[in-house]
Design a protein around this ligand. Structure first.
Ligand code: FES
Length: 179
């Protein structure tokens, strides 16, 4: 199985090592579940924990390992929202684009993130650290405009505060309480 390498840390063969480790884990998951009825969903679930997502190569490997048609594997992956075929970033930056947030400057937050990381809504950065998405109202309109980074909610943000927060994430100094 081959997987396109996105590694940027510059170590020789580091990606190959990482990929081999993941493949080893996947093989032991397949070994554990092989022949068991209803194995597909738990295997997909564990494979996603290993890889972070379920690219086609992984689905193919699972199909071969369990003896399940690839179309069935693909069908399950695309049916359940729990599964994803696209890589997720370490930090998912979700800007609320509901009316209150939009009126209070959510568009500027999006622009700032675009400028900072070179990503548009729906994209992730090349190093897979940052992803940007737009959400509907998350019910925190009193704190508009609102940005959620993974589980952390940041409210009443202006461009300067956002800059400060992004710098903390970039340097790994982010705190756990905000807004
Ligand atoms: S509009 Fe953004 S939280 Fe409601």
């Amino acid at each position: 199985m081959t997987e396109q390498c996105k590694c940027t840390n510059g170590e020789d063969n580091c990606c190959k090592k990482g990929h081999d480790e993941k493949l080893e884990k996947l093989n032991s998951i397949l070994e554990e579940f092989k022949g068991q009825p209803g194995a597909l969903i738990p295997v997909l679930h564990q494979a996603q924990q290993v890889y972070g997502y379920l690219p086609e190569e992984v689905q193919y490997h699972i199909s071969q390992g369990l003896g399940v048609p690839l179309a069935d594997v693909y069908g399950v992956v695309t049916f359940y929202s729990l599964f994803t075929m696209t890589p997720r970033a370490d930090y998912n930056l979700a800007v609320c684009m509901g009316t209150a947030c939009y009126v209070k400057g959510a568009g500027e937050l999006v622009q700032k993130i675009r400028d900072e990381f070179g990503i548009k809504i729906g994209e992730i950065s090349e190093d897979r650290k940052y992803g940007l998405e737009a959400t509907r109202c998350i019910g925190a309109c009193g704190m508009a405009p609102v940005l959620t980074i993974n589980e952390e909610v940041h409210g009443r943000l202006d461009a300067d505060q956002l800059e400060e927060i992004l710098q903390k994430y970039k340097t790994g100094e982010q705190s756990t309480t905000h807004a």
